[in-house]
Write a protein of this length. Sequence first.
Length: 112
Amino acid sequence: MLSCGPEKPLPGPGTMLATLVSPAGGAEGAAVIELFGAGIQSIEGVGPTQVFSRLNQDGARVALINQEGDLLMFLINLADTLQLPSVAIEEVAGPDDQLRGDLGQYKIEFER
């Protein structure tokens, strides 16, 4: 029987869109995150999000800045898109440059 559902992702190189999701759904101005996992090849900003990253064999340290205070979005080029990195969100600041106090509800969402 044939299925008309979405195709299952296949292993291999590709690009994933990553978005910092705020618990209040609001705009953010900047964030510092750590990505853990092998296979991160490069990271670049999307739209007005500027990215400053330092890749190493264990992952990457990434600073995200959006001067307009909006979504923080970036692209991650991976050796295998089925092997997503784990994430630690270290700091988040609002568009007013004030650090957010509780980072527990922030997360990074990945999309193909």
